[in-house]
Design a protein around this ligand. Structure first.
Ligand SMILES: NC(=O)c1ccc[n+]([C@@H]2O[C@H](COP(=O)([O-])OP(=O)(O)OC[C@H]3O[C@@H](n4cnc5c(N)ncnc54)[C@H](O)[C@@H]3O)[C@@H](O)[C@H]2O)c1
Ligand SMILES: [Zn+2]
Length: 360
């Protein structure tokens, strides 16, 4: 098991990563100061796959468990579902000290996290992420949110978990496309922060896709460490955390133009290639760097182009996005593999040129 400490003063916590952690959850929770009553929030399918066994283990360890179920899907990240969960928490007599354990992907993490942040002005939150995306990204950093109207993550809070338990064995049952989706964030983290980790990914991509236990532990813990490192320097997202948005400026625009049909990871993959090509155009990244990034994205089974999506609409969507300030688009660019920078010197004309060339 790997331990990553997220040092944030009184909001500090540990991320535990490794195979078989769900089976040791009772001990891990006790070691982190938890006892007594606990509420698990999860999906019905995940409850059958992992929740019921977890509940038995924890009950055997002296915990008293209530499980609250939420249907799958982004459509549940709403005030309506949160409202139902507040009622159910009241029904099971959850108190200020009763931890909420979010067992699932980013949807459960964001929803249960928001509920934990607001119920009784905040109850302890334990993230138990079960998708690659959640283990390396959404369970870390304390952003919890609901969608509102048609806008994603419109309502939310910064609310750090008290503990993150990432059992990498759970990734064995993850559908291939969800693994690929999470891989986009893994590649992103290596590309912006660590040349050495990027090389490791190039060598081990096949083993990740084959869900090799040792490689998964390495990949999740190293990516989690990169995110934790950035969060420690910028807990409330006031600047430095933007570095994690590599690939997301164009990615978010592509995602929104696709009417959110395109999975986030695919959109980010396209966005990373565009950002790398812009980096190359601006004389930062060399050809080898661009080729390596494109190569690993393709090898991961992610797209490097956006066929069928209009450049004009992507440009428009980007202009609506908060990252655009007075005709300049804020971009995270690569200086080399493992080194990123944030700039507002990218002109819409250059983005448009790169997007247009991309189609040929
Ligand atoms: N808070 C943050 O910092 C942050 C960061 C990135 C993304 N997010 C949010 O995360 C959400 C996306 O999360 P996601 O990609 O994990 O999707 P998800 O939570 O919808 O999970 C994807 C699917 O995989 C299933 N699943 C989960 N674990 C499984 C397992 N081990 N085996 C089999 N099936 C499993 C789920 O039931 C679901 O159907 C979005 O709402 C996004 O806004 C939040
Ligand atoms: Zn992302």
């Amino acid at each position: 098991m790997r331990k990553i400490r997220v040092a944030l003063g009184s909001n500090s916590y540990e991320i535990l990563v490794g195979p078989g952690l769900l089976g040791q959850a009772g001990r891990l929770l006790r070691e982190n100061g938890f006892a007594g009553k606990l509420v698990i929030i999860t999906h019905p399918g995940l409850n059958r796959q992992y929740g019921e066994a977890l509940c038995r283990t924890l009950t055997g360890d002296g915990f008293s468990i209530s499980t609250l179920l939420v249907p799958e899907g982004e459509a549940q990240k709403t005030l309506a579902t949160a409202g139902r969960l507040y009622q159910e928490l009241t029904d099971v007599f959850a108190e200020r000290t009763t931890p909420v354990l979010a067992l699932g992907g980013g949807v459960i993490g964001d929803l249960a996290g928001f509920v934990a942040a607001t119920y009784l002005r905040g109850v302890p939150l334990v993230q138990v992420p079960t998708t690659l995306l959640a283990q390396v990204d959404s369970s870390i950093g304390g952003k919890v949110a609901l969608d509102h109207g048609r806008i994603k993550n419109r309502i939310g809070a910064f609310y750090q978990p008290s503990l993150v338990i990432a059992d990498t064995d759970t990734l064995r049952t993850l559908p291939a496309e969800e693994l690929t989706n999470g891989l986009a964030e893994v590649i992103k983290s290596a590309a912006i922060m660590s040349h050495e980790f990027f090389s490791f990914l190039e060598e081990n991509l096949g083993r990740i896709i084959a869900r090799d236990a040792g490689v998964l532990e390495e990949v999740v813990s190293r990516t989690a460490e990169i995110k934790a490192g950035v969060v420690m320097k910028d807990e409330r997202d006031s600047g430095l955390r933007n570095i994690l948005n590599f690939g997301h400026t164009v990615g978010h625009a592509v995602e929104s133009v696709s009417g959110f049909d395109m999975p986030h990871g695919k959109a980010v993959a396209i966005g990373m290639v565009v950002a790398a090509r812009i980096s190359r155009e601006m004389g930062l990244l060399d050809k080898n760097g661009l080729d390596r990034l494109t190569g690993i994205i393709e090898k991961a089974g992610l797209p490097v182009k956006m066929p069928g999506i209009s450049t004009e609409k992507v440009m428009q969507a980007m202009k609506h996005d908060k990252k655009v300030a007075q005709d300049k688009i804020r971009f995270v660019l690569l200086e080399s593999i493992g080194n990123a920078m944030i700039t507002d010197k990218v002109t819409p004309a250059l983005v448009e040129q790169v997007l247009a060339n991309e189609k040929t």
